[in-house]
Ligand binder design. Structure first.
Ligand code: NAP
Length: 252
């Protein structure tokens, strides 16, 4: 494993995390640690990816990790430390709209996963990132979290609701800026990344929700953007809030 790039992706069993795992696994010398809160879903996703094509050249493993559970985080760090001794790229992707809840409970669940979870799990893995020769820390955010866009009446998403979700991604963006300032001197390339509007179950399980009424694109495009980052093609933009397709950055 010493000559493979070790990429850990949270929420790897579904949507953007799944597509990114699949894309990385199609390339040699990559090992993807699929961090999933439900190991059986993770194992099912791993088997699907391994059976999906004969082009799988990388390797995969599943790791139990619920980003809202401190003991799960601590156990995951210890497992990775023992098995791999380092992480080359940490993609903090797990996120939720907590659609099964409402009011204060929904706010708590969203902030717990999208902000506190992303922050604390990233923090916990920093010592393993610092063992890498070329470490990357990527927070999967959303342009909906941009304060600049949210306050611009000319922006497409100006009138979009989901303001609680927007708040979580704005907070995540602030955390990313702080990670960048703290870690860039230690050679860690830190990014926030908007994956674009793509098909996934985050908006619900109906076809309408998955496709955002037909507006959502293919998560493989988000995956390409994330793979560009962890393979060094966007190093010059470290510390920024990147757009999906290589066309620059969003305002914070
Ligand atoms: N899809 C879009 O259009 C879009 C646009 C902008 C940003 N994003 C962001 O992209 C990221 C991935 O979302 P997606 O669209 O791929 O949605 P998704 O298909 O629902 O995937 C979300 C993943 O996060 C996991 N997750 C949720 N809560 C977790 C927790 N407490 N601990 C560990 N894992 C947890 C889910 O696990 P389970 O399967 O067990 O629920 C799932 O694997 C999110 O951060 C989202 O905010 C998505």
């Amino acid at each position: 494993m010493s000559d493979s790039t070790i990429v850990l992706i949270t929420g790897a069993n579904s949507g953007i995390g799944y597509a990114t795992t699949q894309l990385l696994a199609s390339q040699p010398k990559h090992h993807v640690i699929m961090a999933c809160r439900d190991v059986s879903k993770g194992q099912q996703a791993l088997t699907e990816i391994q059976n999906s094509s004969d082009k799988i050249q990388g390797t995969l493993s599943v790791l139990q990790l619920d980003v809202t559970d401190d003991s799960s985080i601590a156990a995951a760090v210890e497992t990775v430390r023992q098995q791999f001794g380092r992480v080359d790229a940490f993609i903090s992707n797990a996120g939720t709209l907590a659609l099964q809840s409402s009011g204060r409970a929904q706010l708590r669940e969203m902030f717990d996963a999208n902000v506190f979870g992303a922050l604390l799990v990233s923090e916990a893995f920093i010592p393993l990132l610092l063992q890498s020769a070329r470490p990357y820390l990527v927070q999967v955010s959303s342009a909906l979290g941009s304060v600049g866009l949210a306050s611009d009446p000319n922006d497409t998403w100006y009138a979009t609701a989901w303001y609680e979700y927007r708040m979580t991604k704005a907070a995540l963006n602030m955390a990313t800026i702080q990670f960048h300032k703290r870690l860039s001197a230690q050679n860690v390339r830190v990014f926030a990344f908007c994956p674009g509007l793509v098909r996934s179950k985050i908006r619900g399980d109906s076809e309408e929700a998955i496709t955002a009424q037909g507006a959502a694109g293919d998560p493989i495009d988000s995956a390409k953007g994330l793979v560009d980052i962890v393979q060094g093609r966007r190093d010059a933009e470290a510390g920024q809030f990147l757009r999906t397709d290589g066309s620059g950055s969003w305002p914070w």
